[in-house]
Design a protein around this ligand. Structure first.
Ligand SMILES: Cc1cc2nc3c(=O)[nH]c(=O)nc-3n(C[C@H](O)[C@H](O)[C@H](O)COP(=O)(O)OP(=O)(O)OC[C@H]3O[C@@H](n4cnc5c(N)ncnc54)[C@H](O)[C@@H]3O)c2cc1C
Length: 417
């Protein structure tokens, strides 16, 4: 089924009877060339790019729950390439370029909206850091504009500029940043992978990883054993548990991150705003809800829900930055499980077990990484070599200390910053 304006019109006039399911519901085969554990954004994107770029289609994505039920459907949808450090900089730049062609690549409207993102700063020192980051972004080929207080005020007149603790000094603007519809990204990638022959197996929890003589041979699942030549662990917040099935202990802690959405309002915020000092960020969804969040709940957990102190911290920051938000009613809140790495940067790498690959450490920023991660992971699995944009995302940096990418300058425990 191909999407087009004509098809939408025709279905609208004929009772919408011609739409078919977006992907099949296949029975798992006994053997695949590649098994991917985790049907989130990264697992689906890996399957999609394995099929699209490398012609590897004898692939199964094994998902414990349902497609889109994990963080790929729980995030606040911000897409950006505003990283400063080598390693992250080229990787997120690569990812943003793939976002810009994703709708054509998938023939699917993922509502990617480059409405811009502005990171506020509140001191001279922070302005210097923003200028440095902006220069790094421009050197990488991405876009950045350093704005002074007046320019920010013209763009965002409703913020509190004279807050005694955090007066706004200006902002770093990234015009190509923005948002996308998270569910649509999962559905579009699932459909694209399925169309190319990938089997998407839902309700299929992986309970064991089979290893013989230092080589992976398959997985055990709640729907029976499946043999595989290569296995990828791409389980985001559950990465530690999945890797433990192969006897591995990862440098990952899982933490809860909450988000919130208000009732639908008339358009009032036409960009993404981040308030790093207060730990708050906000955008407006295409349905009108103000979508916002803040920091982690700061305790390790596998529960996909948050606690009230976290919620209180976020709404306090919201009121500090933009008091007008106090009039909006919060419709709902939710949580997701973050795979926090010690330096806040991800891992895309082989493991010491032949044929077993690892993709994790996305912290609270893995949605924007989805296409970059999928393409890099597929490249690594197909060729055995790291993708040029992901060469520095190696796991051994946590053993050797060489190549750590402490993007936010938070020290050795990013999860506690
Ligand atoms: C509240 C919130 C806000 C966020 N905001 C942003 C944002 O604005 N921008 C941004 O870039 N990022 C954001 N993120 C982070 C981003 O959502 C994640 O980093 C990213 O989605 C993680 O990758 P994924 O999509 O593959 O994860 P998931 O969708 O969680 O996929 C992992 C999948 O693995 C499955 N799985 C686990 N164990 C097993 C098993 N044993 N067998 C089979 N399957 C298994 C899970 O069921 C799950 O579906 C946010 C996250 C949250 C929670």
């Amino acid at each position: 089924m191909k999407f087009s304006g004509f098809k939408v019109l025709k279905e609208g006039l004929t009772g919408n009877k011609g739409w078919t399911p977006h992907w099949r519901d296949p029975v798992p085969k006994s053997e695949y060339d590649v098994v991917i554990i985790g049907g989130g954004g990264h697992g689906l994107a890996t399957a999609f790019y394995l099929a699209k770029e490398h012609g590897i289609t004898n692939v199964a994505v094994l998902e414990k729950g349902y497609i889109g039920g994990g963080n790929v459907g729980r995030n606040t949808t911000i897409v950006r390439a505003n990283y400063g450090l080598p390693g992250n900089s080229e990787f997120y730049s690569h990812s943003l370029k793939l976002w810009e062609t994703m709708e054509q690549d998938l023939n699917y409207n993922v509502m990617h909206s480059q409405r811009g993102i502005i990171n506020l700063f509140h001191s001279d020192g922070a302005r210097d850091a923003a200028a440095r980051r902006g220069n790094a972004m421009i050197n990488q080929g991405d876009d950045a504009v350093l704005m002074d207080r007046d320019a920010v005020r013209q763009m965002l007149p409703y913020l509190d500029y004279d807050n005694i603790r955090y007066p706004i000094y200006g902002g770093l603007y990234h015009p190509r940043g923005g948002t996308a519809r998270h569910d649509a990204v999962a559905w579009g990638l699932a459909r694209g992978a399925d169309q190319r022959g990938v089997d998407l197996i839902q309700n299929c929890e992986v309970t064991g990883i089979d290893i013989t003589g230092g080589k992976v041979t398959g997985v055990q699942t709640k729907r029976g054993p499946i043999r595989a030549k290569k296995v990828a662990m791409i389980a985001a917040g559950r990465s530690g548990q999945v890797a433990a099935l192969a006897g591995m202990r990862l440098p990952i802690e899982s933490h809860v991150l909450q988000a919130f959405v208000t009732e639908g309002l008339k358009p009032c915020i036409d960009t993404v705003i981040t308030f790093g000092m207060g730990h708050f960020y906000i955008s407006q969804s295409d349905k009108g809800g103000l979508v916002f969040g803040g920091d982690l709940d700061f305790y390790a957990s596998y529960a996909a829900r948050g606690n009230l102190p976290g919620a209180e911290h976020v709404v306090e920051a919201a009121m500090t930055l933009m008091p007008m938000i106090g009039k909006a009613k919060v419709l709902r809140s939710w949580g997701g499980i973050m795979d926090m790495s010690p330096d806040g940067s991800p891992i895309i790498d082989k493991t010491h077990i032949d044929g077993l690959f690892l993709n994790c450490g996305w912290c609270y920023g893995g949605f924007k990484a989805v296409p970059g991660s999928g393409s890099a992971m597929a490249y690594l699995m197909a060729t055995g070599n790291p993708h040029p944009a992901a060469e520095k995302l190696r796991m051994d940096r946590f053993r050797t200390g060489i190549g750590l990418m402490d993007e936010e300058g938070t020290g050795s425990q990013h999860n506690l910053h």
